[in-house]
Ligand binder design. Structure first.
Ligand code: AHR
Length: 507
C-alpha cells in the first residue's frame, strides 16, 4: 500500500470539453455492419434490419460523432455503390480486408441508424483509389442545398434535405504502406490541400481533417506531419492521430504506461503543428482529431499481424475479423487513455474510439443471439456520461515505476471535469503491485464553490484476475462496483487497488 496526494483546483483549467472527444468509428470491416449493427431476421431487428439491442447499447455508451465508412476500407470504396435501390447495388471486392462488400448498407442506411442511436455523422473520403472529383461529388450529394444532378439523385433515394455533414477526413492513414493508394507526404499534402480547397467552395462550413501518422512508431512520424501541414495548414482545422496499444510478452506494467505514450504523441503533434504555424507567422492552432484509438491485439506473440488471416483468402462476406476479447487490464489502460484525452482537451477537439461493434469493440454480438458489453464499455460510457463542462488538471504526487520505453512513470494519473451541477474525477492506478491511498485536497474547490461537496456516485473497475473478461458464455463477469471514497471536510479519500480505474462524482 502506498500513499498518494492530489489537488483539485478549478483554476487549473485545461479547456472546455468538446463533446466530439467521445466519438466512435464504424468501418465496413468484418462483422461490424453486417451481423453487427445490421442483422435483418434477428429477433430484435427493427423494420430496417437494425438490431435494437445494439442500438440501446450504443446509446448507453454515449458516442457523440461516428466516423464512417473507414479506415482502410475507405481507400478502395466507391460511395455511389452504397446509394440507390438496394437490390441494384453491386457486390465488390474489399481489398483492405479481403472481403466481399454487399453494399446493403450505405450512406442513407447509416444515417438512419445514426438517427436512432443519436450520434452525428463524420465522413471520410477516398483519397486512395480516387481523388478530388469523387470527394466533391460526395460532398455535393451529402451537403448541397441547391438542385443539381447529385441532389436530385439524393432526393430520389429518399432524402430531400442535406445530410449536413460537418467533419470530413481527407483520406485514411495515407502514410501506411498497407493503405490502398498509399502516398508520400509531399504527394498526399498536395492532394489534401487541393481537395480541401475545392470542398470549401461547395461548403465553406465543413471542418477538415488531414491525415497525420498512423502511429507514433511509424518511420515517417514527425516529418510526415510537418510536410503535410506545410501544404495544408491554411486548408484544414485538424490533423489526425491514430494509436493502438496492447500488452506485449505478458508485461502488464509496461502496457499500463500506454497513457504516457499517448500524451507524448499528442504533445509532439501539437508542437509540430505550432512549428509550422510559426514558420508561417500564423496564430492559427491546428487541432488534433485522435480519430482512431483503442487497445488492439494487432501483433501476435510471434510478431505477425493478427486480423490479416484473410489476405489471400476466399473473399468472405462479414468474416470474423479483429474480434478482440478485452479483459480487466485492457479496460484499466483504456480508462487511462480517456483520462489522457481529457488532459489534452485544449488540443484534442475530436476523438474516435476504434471501433464500436464486434471489431475491436466495446460491444459484441452473436448472429441470432445476444449483444453484450466488453470490459472497455464501462470506462467509456461512464466517462462520456460524467465528463462535461471544462477539463481541469489534477496534479498528483505518487510513487513511480520505470517503463522500458518511456522512462519514469507516475503510478497514479488523474483528471477532473467541472460543470454546472458538479465535479467528476477520473483516476487510474497503474501499479501492478501496490494499492494506493489517494488523498485529494479539495480546499481550492470548496473555496471556489463556497460550499462543501459530497460523493454522489462512484465507480471502480478492478479485478483480482487481470485477465477476467466478458464472453458469450459469461456476459457479465466483469463490471464496475462502488469505489471506496469519502469526503471529510476538504479532503477526499480514495482507495485505489493496484491496476484499477475509478470515477467519482462530487456534488
Ligand atoms: O481500426 C482498424 C484499422 O486500423 C483501420 O481500418 C485503419 O485505419 C487502422 O490501421
Amino acid at each position: 500500500m502506498t500513499d498518494a496526494t492530489a489537488r483539485l483546483d478549478p483554476h487549473y483549467e485545461i479547456a472546455d470539453i468538446d463533446r466530439r472527444l467521445f466519438g466512435g468509428f464504424v468501418e465496413h470491416l468484418g462483422r461490424h455492419i453486417y451481423d453487427g449493427i445490421f442483422e435483418p431476421g434477428h429477433p430484435s431487428a427493427d423494420a430496417d434490419g437494425f438490431r435494437t439491442d445494439v442500438i440501446e447499447l450504443v446509446k448507453e455508451l454515449g458516442v457523440s460523432t461516428i466516423r464512417y465508412p473507414g479506415g482502410n476500407f475507405v481507400s478502395g470504396y466507391r460511395w455511389e455503390d452504397g446509394v440507390g435501390p438496394v437490390a441494384e447495388r453491386p457486390r465488390r471486392l474489399d481489398l483492405a480486408w479481403h472481403s466481399t462488400e454487399t453494399n446493403e448498407v450505405g450512406l442513407h442506411e447509416f444515417q438512419t441508424w445514426l438517427d436512432r442511436v443519436g450520434s452525428e455523422l463524420m465522413l471520410a473520403v477516398n483519397l486512395g483509389t480516387r481523388g478530388t472529383q469523387e470527394a466533391l461529388d460526395l460532398l455535393e450529394y451529402a451537403n448541397a442545398d441547391t438542385q443539381t444532378a447529385w441532389t436530385d439523385q439524393r432526393a430520389e433515394n429518399g432524402r430531400d434535405t442535406p445530410f449536413g455533414v460537418k467533419m470530413w477526413c481527407l483520406g485514411n492513414e495515407m502514410d501506411g504502406p498497407w493503405q490502398v493508394g498509399h502516398l508520400n507526404a509531399e504527394d498526399y499534402g498536395k492532394l489534401a490541400s487541393r481537395t480541401a480547397k475545392a470542398m470549401r467552395m461547395i461548403d465553406p462550413g465543413v471542418e477538415l481533417v488531414a491525415c497525420g501518422s498512423s502511429g507514433r512508431g511509424m518511420p515517417t512520424f514527425g516529418s510526415w506531419e510537418r510536410t503535410v501541414l506545410e501544404h495544408t495548414f491554411d486548408d484544414v482545422e485538424f490533423i489526425s492521430c491514430h494509436s493502438y496499444y496492447q500488452e506485449h510478452d505478458g508485461n502488464a506494467q509496461e502496457f499500463l504506461a500506454s497513457g504516457v505514450d499517448m500524451a507524448r504523441f499528442i504533445e509532439s503533434v501539437a508542437a509540430i503543428a505550432d512549428t509550422v504555424a510559426a514558420t508561417k507567422k500564423s496564430d492559427k492552432r491546428i487541432m488534433i482529431s485522435f480519430d482512431e484509438w483503442n487497445v488492439w491485439y494487432l501483433h501476435n506473440a510471434d510478431g505477425s499481424e493478427s486480423g490479416h488471416e484473410f489476405k489471400g483468402g476466399a473473399w468472405p462476406v462479414a468474416p470474423r475479423l479483429l474480434e478482440d476479447k478485452y479483459h480487466a487490464l485492457d479496460a484499466v489502460v483504456f480508462g487511462d487513455l480517456m483520462i489522457t484525452l481529457l488532459q489534452h482537451a485544449d488540443r484534442v477537439r475530436s476523438a474516435s474510439l476504434a471501433q464500436l461493434v464486434n471489431v475491436i469493440a466495446p460491444i459484441m454480438t452473436e448472429p441470432g443471439g445476444p449483444a453484450w458489453r466488453q470490459t472497455t464499455f464501462f470506462p467509456f460510457s461512464i466517462t462520456s456520461r460524467l465528463a462535461h463542462g471544462r477539463a481541469v488538471r489534477v496534479p498528483v504526487s505518487a510513487s513511480t515505476f520505470t517503463s522500458e520505453k518511456l522512462g519514469e512513470v507516475e503510478t497514479v494519473n488523474a483528471v477532473a471535469t467541472i460543470d454546472d451541477e458538479g465535479v467528476s474525477l477520473f483516476v487510474v492506478n497503474r501499479s501492478t503491485t501496490d494499492a494506493a491511498n489517494l488523498r485529494v485536497d479539495l480546499a481550492p474547490l470548496v473555496r471556489a464553490l463556497g460550499r462543501e461537496v459530497a460523493v454522489v456516485e462512484s465507480h471502480l473497475l478492478h479485478e483480482d484476475d487481470l485477465y477476467a473478461a466478458n464472453t458469450l458464455e459469461d456476459r457479465e463477469r466483469v463490471g464496475v462496483r462502488e469505489a471506496e471514497a469519502s469526503v471529510d471536510g476538504e479532503l477526499l479519500s480514495l482507495a485505489l487497488p493496484a491496476v484499477s480505474w475509478t470515477a467519482i462524482r462530487l456534488a
